[in-house]
Each structure stands twice: as structure tokens, then as C-alpha cells.
Design a protein around this ligand. Structure first.
Ligand SMILES: Cc1cc2nc3c(=O)[nH]c(=O)nc-3n(C[C@H](O)[C@H](O)[C@H](O)COP(=O)(O)OP(=O)(O)OC[C@H]3O[C@@H](n4cnc5c(N)ncnc54)[C@H](O)[C@@H]3O)c2cc1C
Length: 452
């Protein structure tokens, strides 16, 4: 009998296996339906280094950074360029820099005068009662005004989750900001308070941070994890799990060809797959009620001379009111300069999400044409791209919609009845790579505690 089976070899599953080994757990198998790495994938082609999904993690949380260092890959770390601090928003068809300081905010054209006045009222708006679960839109509209939500918050929610501000839960999708508001009574007061604390104690002022990747792309972390687990853990790709049986003292996992038995089980697949595997159990309902949105990433490489617009930043987000089809565009070769060969630029255009899921029905060619036509117009590009790659995710990112906390409570109350069973993926407590790695560390120590 195995000590632990981990289902799914995305960053959550692999880092769980890594921390389990570190804690001395021995007989471990990781079973993966498709390719190792899950949403993390890097294509290295024609001098371009293209990320299929995530392109980095923030250094304001320690987890991913620590993991890279423990894997002996510190030399590979690749911080984003200084210019990537500048982020843009499409406002009436033009790119406007998102202001970073209060002074820039008041002189910027991101909001109207009325919109800016609404933001000034924020410190005087009453704190939300802790038992409420407002949407990000409701929370920010009351605190910062409706214009701020429409022009900045909703595009940012689309940028992080592919989601909509009035659907996601503030508490679950942005827990740090929710906690700051609860502690200080206002976001503005929280920022001032954090600044004061930093002056006294040192450390970061707020929830910012620098984006970091690896020189050859994020897939290097997956390669590093596989290298470390080689010979220590059974790692099976192309091994789809069809069902799971929870029996007294052990778990039975069935794939098409084989049956595995173990003392503990960590399900690190998306929630809808966990629901399918656990369909005989009452937790199925809570798991299948976590929605996902589709997303298409179109990577476009251009010879620099074709681009007439200055590119001096991270990229831009597109508010819905602009009437465009794309959600935004990352200037990957500006964030991480080695992502394109010399004399070229690499962009990644995001389409779909909760704003326009219907775009997922278009063909690859139609989607690429759409991305090219919109960025040619916005970035004043003459001529066609020299490099095109497209990646589709039918269910890309889980949505922590209003009520997510209640769903997690239902899941937890099921899990306490089945010691040895754990759920750990981006579907529950954070979609960022840092959260996936941090949560895996916590789960691994719970598994080790259970086994000891
Ligand atoms: C386009 C995009 C851009 C992103 N950008 C960023 C970013 O820049 N920074 C950041 O921090 N985060 C980003 N994210 C989020 C981040 O990439 C994910 O949250 C994270 O990679 C999820 O890891 P995971 O292991 O929890 O899930 P997944 O990567 O989804 O892994 C789950 C694994 O389970 C496997 N599986 C499913 N069903 C079965 C089955 N029946 N049997 C066996 N295996 C199964 C799947 O094949 C998959 O490999 C982005 C996500 C997307 C989609």
C-alpha cells in the first residue's frame, strides 16, 4: 500500500509531492491525466520564449521564491524589468498609464473629476460588517465609486481571474484587501498605516511586489521539481483517474488500466474533476458549484520596426466600455527582455474570460485574426506578425464567486469525516502560483501529521 497518492501534476500536485518527500513521507505516487505541469508550460521556439499560461510570480510572498531556491535554481531567477512597473489602461481608445502615486492619480485621465471626488470619500465610508460577503464590485463601488469599478477594478479582475467584478467575492478573491479594510476601517487608512509600520519596522509597504520568473521560462520550476522527485516518487503522466473510493483506513484510486491503494489521498485536480472522481459522495455538489471561465492566449511576435507605439511597460488592460473583444495584452518581451530575439517584441493577448466566453467557440484562425486586428489598432502596428502561437483553456481559472466561503465550509465539513483525504489546488484558497505553493506546503504537513 502507498502512503500517499497525489492526483494531478500541476504546480499544486508536484509541490505537494516535493514537500511530502521533504517531510520524510516515502511511498508516494503522482497520477496525471495529461502533461506534467498543468497550466504551467513554456514553448521555446524561433528564439521566442512563450508562456502558455502564467508568466511569473510576485516576490511579496515567500513561497514560490523559497521553492526555487530549495530546488537549487536561484541562479535561474529572472526579475521583471524596472519598466514593467508601468501598466496601462485603454481609455477612449488611447493608452493611459495607471497612476501609482496619489499625485499622479489626481492628474491622470483614468477617471473623470467626479470619479476622483468619489475616491476622496473612501476614508469616511463605513467598514463592511464582517459577516457579509459582498462582490468585489459592490465592495469597491461603495468604497471608491462606480466609475472606479467600471474603469479600473473590473479590468483588473479580468486581468487576474478572467472574471467580473460584480460576480467575484471580495473576501475570497482579494482576502488581503478585505482584511485590511476590516482592520483599518478603510483602504486609504490601511495604506497609510502600512506605510507607517514600514517606517518603524521595515518591510514592504503594501500588497505590491515585483514579478519574477526564470530565465528559460516558468516551466523550469516544473523541470526542477521533476528532477528532484526522480527515483523518489512514482510520477505517471497520461494516467487519467476515473474514480476514487474512500474505504475505512485506505483509499482506492482507479485509472483505466490500474488500481492504486494508499493510506492518504491529495486531490490536486481542478474542482470539477474532483467532483467527478468523488461523485458518490455528498461533497460533489460544493465542488461542482465552483465555476471556471474559458481563456485564450494568443502570443504574437513582431519585428520591432513594425510597431509605431512606444512600449515602455507591462502591458494594458481593456475596460468593457471600450467595446473591444480583447481583455488585455501583456508586453512579455518588455517584462522579461529575453522572451523575444533581438530586434523583435513578444506580446500575449488575452481573450474570453467571464466577459466574453462565447469567443471560445471561434476557430484558432479567427481568434488570432481578432487579436492581431485589435492590437494593430491600439499599438499602431504596421504589417502582420512574424510569430503566432495560440493556447486554449476551456476551463482556465476557477472563479471565487460570492458564496465561495460557504462552499469551502461545506467541503471542510465533508473532509473532517474522512481523515487522510485532502483537496489542494487553485480552486480553493488562491489562484496565484505563490498561493498554490504555500497551500501545498500546509497540506503536505497535514498529510505527514496524519501518517505519523
Ligand atoms: C492564462 C493563465 C495565466 C495565468 N497567469 C498567472 C501568473 O502570471 N501568475 C500566477 O501566479 N498565476 C497565474 N495563473 C494561475 C496559475 O497558473 C494557476 O492557478 C496554477 O498554475 C494552477 O495550478 P494547479 O496545480 O492548482 O492546477 P492545474 O495547473 O490546473 O493542474 C491540475 C492538474 O490536474 C490534472 N488532472 C485533471 N483531471 C485529472 C484526472 N482525472 N486524473 C489525473 N489528473 C487530472 C490536469 O491535467 C492538471 O495537470 C494563470 C492561469 C492562466 C490559465
Amino acid at each position: 500500500m502507498l502512503d500517499c497518492i497525489v492526483l494531478g501534476a500541476g504546480i499544486s500536485g508536484l509541490s505537494t509531492a516535493y514537500y511530502l518527500r521533504k517531510l520524510g513521507v516515502k511511498r508516494i505516487a503522482v497520477l496525471e491525466k495529461g502533461k506534467i505541469g498543468g497550466k504551467i508550460g513554456t514553448v521555446r521556439e524561433d528564439g521566442f520564449i512563450v508562456e502558455k499560461g502564467p508568466n511569473g510570480f510576485l516576490d511579496n510572498k515567500p513561497f514560490a521564491l523559497e521553492l526555487v531556491k530549495e530546488l537549487g535554481m536561484e541562479e535561474e531567477l529572472y526579475p521583471s524589468s524596472d519598466e514593467a512597473r508601468h501598466r496601462f489602461l485603454l481609455v477612449d481608445g488611447r493608452l493611459v498609464e495607471i497612476p501609482l502615486t496619489p499625485k499622479d492619480f489626481f492628474s491622470s485621465s483614468v477617471l473623470s473629476l467626479q470619479g476622483k471626488l468619489e475616491v476622496l470619500k473612501e476614508p469616511f465610508v463605513r467598514r463592511f460588517p464582517p459577516f457579509l460577503d459582498p462582490s468585489v464590485g459592490e465592495f469597491c463601488e461603495r468604497r471608491l465609486g462606480a466609475e472606479m469599478v467600471e474603469r479600473l477594478i473590473d479590468p483588473m479582475v479580468a486581468g487576474v481571474y478572467g472574471g467580473r467584478a460584480y460576480r467575484l467575492s471580495m473576501k475570497s478573491a482579494f482576502p488581503l484587501l478585505w482584511r485590511l479594510e476590516q482592520r483599518y476601517g478603510s483602504l486609504v487608512r490601511a495604506l497609510l498605516g502600512l506605510k507607517r509600520e514600514r517606517r518603524l519596522k521595515g518591510g514592504p509597504a503594501g500588497p505590491g511586489g515585483r514579478l519574477v520568473s526564470l530565465k528559460k521560462g516558468l516551466f523550469s520550476i516544473i523541470e526542477g521539481l521533476c528532477e528532484r522527485l526522480k527515483g523518489e516518487v512514482v510520477l505517471a503522466a497520461g494516467c487519467e483517474v476515473e474514480g476514487v473510493k474512500v474505504l475505512p483506513g485506505h483509499f482506492v484510486v482507479k485509472t483505466r488500466e490500474l488500481t492504486f491503494v494508499s493510506r492518504s489521498l491529495v486531490v490536486s485536480t481542478p474542482a470539477y474533476e474532483a467532483a467527478r472522481m468523488l461523485e458518490d459522495y455528498p461533497v460533489r455538489e460544493a465542488l461542482s458549484s465552483i465555476p471556471y471561465v474559458p481563456m485564450v492566449v494568443v502570443a504574437l511576435g513582431y519585428e520591432r520596426k513594425k510597431i509605431k507605439c512606444p512600449l515602455n511597460g507591462f502591458g494594458f488592460l481593456v475596460p468593457e466600455r471600450e467595446g473591444r473583444k480583447i481583455l488585455g495584452c501583456l508586453w512579455d518581451s518588455r517584462i522579461f527582455p529575453n522572451r523575444a530575439p533581438s530586434g523583435y517584441e513578444l506580446f500575449r493577448v488575452m481573450l474570453g474570460g467571464a466577459r466574453s466566453p462565447e469567443l471560445f467557440e471561434l476557430s484558432d484562425e479567427e481568434l488570432a485574426d481578432l487579436a492581431v486586428s485589435e492590437i494593430s489598432d491600439i499599438l499602431n502596428i504596421e504589417g502582420s506578425p512574424d510569430f503566432v502561437k495560440l493556447f486554449r483553456y476551456e476551463r482556465a481559472i476557477p472563479q471565487y464567486t460570492v458564496g465561495h466561503e460557504k462552499r469551502l465550509e461545506a467541503i471542510e465539513s465533508f473532509l473532517v469525516k474522512f481523515p487522510g483525504l485532502f483537496l489542494n489546488s487553485n480552486a480553493y484558497r488562491g489562484v496565484a502560483l505563490n498561493d498554490c505553493v504555500g497551500n501545498s506546503k500546509v497540506i503536505a504537513s497535514k498529510v505527514a501529521g496524519f501518517l505519523s
